[in-house]
Design a protein around this ligand. Structure first.
Ligand SMILES: Cc1cc2nc3c(=O)[nH]c(=O)nc-3n(C[C@H](O)[C@H](O)[C@H](O)COP(=O)(O)O)c2cc1C
Length: 162
């Protein structure tokens, strides 16, 4: 059975995901995109993966720098997520005009107030269709508090305990 892109998108819209902003640096400029395609890979060594569209400046910047951060967004950060998805037309460094961003010791942006900040080094990069799958070895973790922002059915949700 051939699956067309619309069917795939309709299926993935029902697949909820925790919302992150993946950040890196391209020379003097910061780069970042909103992403839900982030997933645990292994505890030994600690690693995760992130799928990044090759059309984005963030993808080429990660390929060049070999390093990236994953910021897990807290529940009130829907507008920030939309900004980093390009919804208001901001691109590149301009996206960072919103949110309180600090540089880690590598110079990569970390969101003050993120539930988790993962600092990663690329160990593998695979092209898969329109995206590059980056495997990142986690070299630092910063833990915050609060509830995560979740995206599904084309909108944001909060997680409520059962
Ligand atoms: C909720 C949500 C999740 C997204 N997840 C991903 C993702 O996992 N990988 C990806 O490459 N793009 C993802 N995107 C799209 C990118 O955020 C978007 O293409 C990018 O920010 C465009 O930035 P630019 O205009 O600076 O190129 C997602 C967008 C939204 C709204």
């Amino acid at each position: 059975m051939a699956i067309n892109p619309e069917t795939f998108r309709a299926a993935m819209a029902r697949f909820p995901g925790a919302v992150t902003i993946i950040t890196t640096r391209h020379g003097p400029e910061r780069r970042g995109i909103t992403a839900t395609a982030v997933c645990s890979v292994s505890a030994e060594p600690p690693s995760l993966l992130a799928c990044v569209n090759r059309k984005t400046g963030t993808c080429s910047a990660i390929s060049e720098s070999g390093i990236f951060n994953i910021n897990l967004l807290p529940n009130p950060a829907g507008p920030l997520a939309m900004r980093f998805a390009g919804a208001d037309g901001a691109t590149g460094e301009d996206k960072f005009d919103e949110g309180h961003w600090i540089d880690d010791e590598r110079g990569l942006p970390l969101l003050d107030g993120a539930l988790i900040g993962f600092s990663c080094e690329v160990t593998e990069a695979m092209e898969a269709g329109s995206h590059t799958v980056f495997i990142g070895r986690i070299v630092d973790i910063r833990l915050g508090d609060g509830a995560p922002l979740v995206y599904g059915q084309s909108r944001f949700h909060r997680l409520d305990p059962m």
